[in-house]
Write a protein that binds this ligand. Structure first.
Ligand code: NDP
Length: 256
């Protein structure tokens, strides 16, 4: 045995919400490469099929189950299938998230429905998935990883619902870690700016892109794969004494 063996995820079953593209897709493929069976899920059926094929190509068992994390019946159906077909989830990555146009701007411009939708998906969805997975996690032990944001640690102007949801998610991480210790570890990752569909418009706007780069000591956006390594660490035995933690992966953005 070497310390590297602790990073091996063989024998684990991981559910990754929002696992079809961007950060969730990178985490799904990295988990499969580390030996886990992986269920990448999201709402769009064709995208789920594509992600499932990608993890199977890396040797993982998987299943295709399109899921809306804001819908209790949909989440129940997902974990029912994971229990029946793969023996239950050991790792749950709550990564599905949104930041819709109606939720952007100064507080007075925020559409209340967009506020609710953002909190419902980013925070409510994570809670729903964790509480549903509890039936196997709490019995057998396991780990939850919530994909928060630097917006879960500091304020961001013009992103109030998103920041509220991500601060909530960091708090939820800590409170679940307390209730479920010692057998279930619950941690968060707070990425800085990552090149994905979510940040496409921001990155295409030269002024906004420049302001992100000026504030980021590493002077670039991250690739989604750079969030996957920390996720493998938190899912693995290498992080066996890490719980209730929010790990920033932001190129130094919050160090300033
Ligand atoms: P993307 O927009 O690229 O991907 C989002 C994923 O979530 C898609 O697979 C989408 O699929 C899925 N999704 C959205 N809503 C739901 C829902 N209700 N139920 C199930 N799946 C859903 O986003 P990123 O990869 O950029 O972001 C992933 C996470 O990382 C988010 O939580 C985001 O807040 C966080 N993050 C991202 C950063 C960045 O710079 N990109 C920085 C910090 C945090 P579908 O639409 O088919 O359901």
């Amino acid at each position: 045995m070497t310390v590297l063996d602790d990073f091996d995820l063989s024998g684990s079953v991981a559910v990754v919400t929002g696992g079809t593209r961007g950060i969730g897709r990178a985490i799904s493929e990295a988990f499969a490469a580390a030996g886990a069976d992986v269920v990448p899920t999201a709402r769009t059926e064709a995208a789920v099929d594509d992600a499932v094929e990608a993890v199977r190509d890396r040797g993982a068992s998987s299943l295709a189950c399109p899921t809306d994390v804001t819908d209790e019946a949909s989440v129940e159906a997902l974990f029912d299938r994971v229990d029946d077909e793969l023996g239950g989830a050991d790792v749950v990555v709550n990564n599905a998230g949104i930041n819709p146009d109606g939720a952007l701007g100064p507080p007075e411009a925020v559409d209340p429905e967009a506020f609710d939708a953002t909190v419902d998906a980013n925070l409510g969805g994570a809670f729903l998935c964790a509480r549903t997975a509890a039936r196997t996690l709490v019995e057998d032990g396991g780990t939850v990883i919530n994909i928060a944001s630097v917006g879960g640690i500091v304020g961001l102007p013009r992103q109030h619902p998103y920041v509220a949801s991500k601060h909530g998610l960091v708090g939820l991480t800590k409170s679940m870690a307390l209730d479920w210790a010692p057998d279930v570890r619950v941690n968060a990752i707070a990425p800085g700016y990552v090149s994905t569909e979510l940040t496409e418009e921001l990155e295409a706007d030269e002024d906004l892109r420049r302001s992100v780069l000026d504030r980021t000591p590493q002077r670039r956006f991250a690739d989604p794969e750079e969030i996957a390594g920390p996720a493998v660490f938190l899912a693995s035995d290498a992080a066996s004494f890490v719980t209730g933690e929010c790990l920033t992966v932001d190129g130094g953005w919050t160090a300033r």
